[in-house]
Design a protein. Structure first.
Ligand code: SF4
Length: 427
């Protein structure tokens, strides 16, 4: 099936819906942004960006300056002389890492994070990590990944980071099945899921990323993993290479997504349907009641999602099915058709989906549609607000605890808040 839409290809997806593919100028943050939430998650890790002053500014302004704590990220700024000669750059990097690890014995896991400048001069950080590991093992594990903005989007930083960790995970010696939940979630959300899995009798349960590098989860052929985030293609592939099996499920956003996600684990562990309903029903009922307030505000409202966090498809499913919002366009930087298959099945069949971006064309469509709410990156939000549109920053959805039953109404509120604010402004 091919549909001709000016300026783009429209290709068939694995479900019976056309998906528009666009390429051109994009407006997204780079993978370095992931450090902002990853450094809080793995509490003894340090992220050393090997980049330029621009990279340092991005990280500093995105993460803020930590005044009371020793920071757990920094940028080794490449000067012109480093750019001129790779030997110098490697020597400098070794010197900086040695200085850092001598001064900070609390660091047990060091990520060397590549950037556009380090990639442009082809500084091989994987070799640097190997070289430095030999000097600092066994006290410090040194890994590398790329956070470069060349052809990537900001949540891919987490994917690259977790994928670099997978070969480090110990082999699981257990004969029985274990569950691995993959993708950063707030600690409070993880704790809620741990209680839910316990009540269901599912276990042992481990999480990737772990809260501490000393407690890396183990993995093997009896590991069944559930993705908690839709942007972890490389990590999932690495886990499958270690023999683990991905459990097919939508993502745990909203009541419906959370129930289906938990049910996928319950089915894989042979949990009785009656027990499943008994354990999940109180939280489901509570979450559905809490969503009622927001349904009144959001039902029938028209929403346009620009491609940014890769959360767009699961969010669109939640907004349309649980809150009655009308999807004008759902953009996503990349569409992993296999990981998102369960989500795509749940979207209304006529939802216009766009993979990739040609920002000018997309802005034209958005202006023409005049949606009630636009979800987009910071760079587009201000100009659109100036044109009288109501916007929501996509990046906030990654920083806020939104998964699970208890967070379903918080997630709805993130979309209701800008509309309420706009209504007050025009009143
Ligand atoms: Fe900019 Fe690239 Fe550095 Fe990201 S990695 S801040 S896109 S130069």
């Amino acid at each position: 099936m091919t549909v001709d839409i000016q300026g783009c290809d429209v290709a068939p997806s694995n479900v019976t819906r056309p998906i528009r593919r666009e390429s051109g100028q994009r407006e997204v943050f780079c993978g370095l942004t992931g450090i902002v939430w990853l450094h809080r998650k793995i509490q003894d890790a340090f992220f050393l960006v090997v980049g330029s002053r621009t990279c340092a500014h991005l990280i500093q302004s995105a993460a803020g300056v930590m005044i009371f704590a020793e920071p757990r990220f920094a940028t080794a700024i490449m000067e012109e002389k480093d750019l001129a000669g790779l030997t110098d750059a490697n020597t400098e990097l070794d010197r900086i890492v040695t200085q850092l690890l001598t001064r900070r014995p609390d660091i047990k896991l060091l990520f060397l994070v590549g950037s556009c400048p380090s990639e442009v001069i082809k500084l091989d950080l994987s070799r640097a990590a190997l070289r430095l590991s030999q000097s600092f093992a066994p006290g410090v594990r040194i890994l590398s990944y790329s956070g470069s903005g060349i052809e990537t989007t900001f949540t891919q930083g987490e994917d690259a980071c977790l994928a670099s960790l997978v070969p480090e995970l110990p082999a699981d010696p257990r004969k029985e099945a274990s569950l691995l939940v993959v993708g950063s979630m707030a600690d409070v959300v993880e704790d809620q899921f741990v209680r839910m899995f316990e009540a269901l009798g599912i276990g042992p349960v481990q999480f990737l990323p772990p809260r501490n590098s000393a407690t890396l989860p183990s993995v093997g052929p009896n590991t069944k993993f559930l993705l908690a985030q839709p942007f972890l293609a490389d990590t999932a592939r690495e886990l499958e290479n270690r023999g683990a099996t991905r459990l097919v499920a939508p993502f745990p956003l909203g009541v419906e997504g959370t129930t289906a996600w938990l049910r996928s684990a319950a089915n894989a562990f042979g949990i009785d349907a009656v027990l499943f309903d008994k354990v999940t029903q109180p939280a489901r009922a509570r979450a559905e009641r809490a969503l009622d307030n927001y349904r009144k505000e959001l039902s029938g409202r028209r929403i346009f999602l620009f491609p940014d966090s890769q959360l767009e498809i699961p969010l669109a499913r939640f907004l349309s099915r649980e809150l009655g919002m009308q999807l004008i366009e759902v953009g996503t930087p990349y569409l992993h058709r296999e990981h998102l298959a369960e989500e795509l099945k749940l979207l209304p069949p006529d939802t216009p989906i766009t993979e990739g971006q040609d920002v000018d064309l997309q802005l034209d469509r958005c202006r023409l549609a005049r949606p009630d709410l636009v979800v987009c990156g910071l760079g587009l939000a201000n100009p659109l607000e100036a044109e009288g549109m109501t916007t929501k920053w996509a990046i906030e959805l990654v920083f806020t605890p939104i998964q699970g039953y208890e967070q379903a109404s918080d997630l709805a509120e993130l979309f209701a808040r800008p509309l309420v604010r706009r209504a007050k402004l025009v009143a």
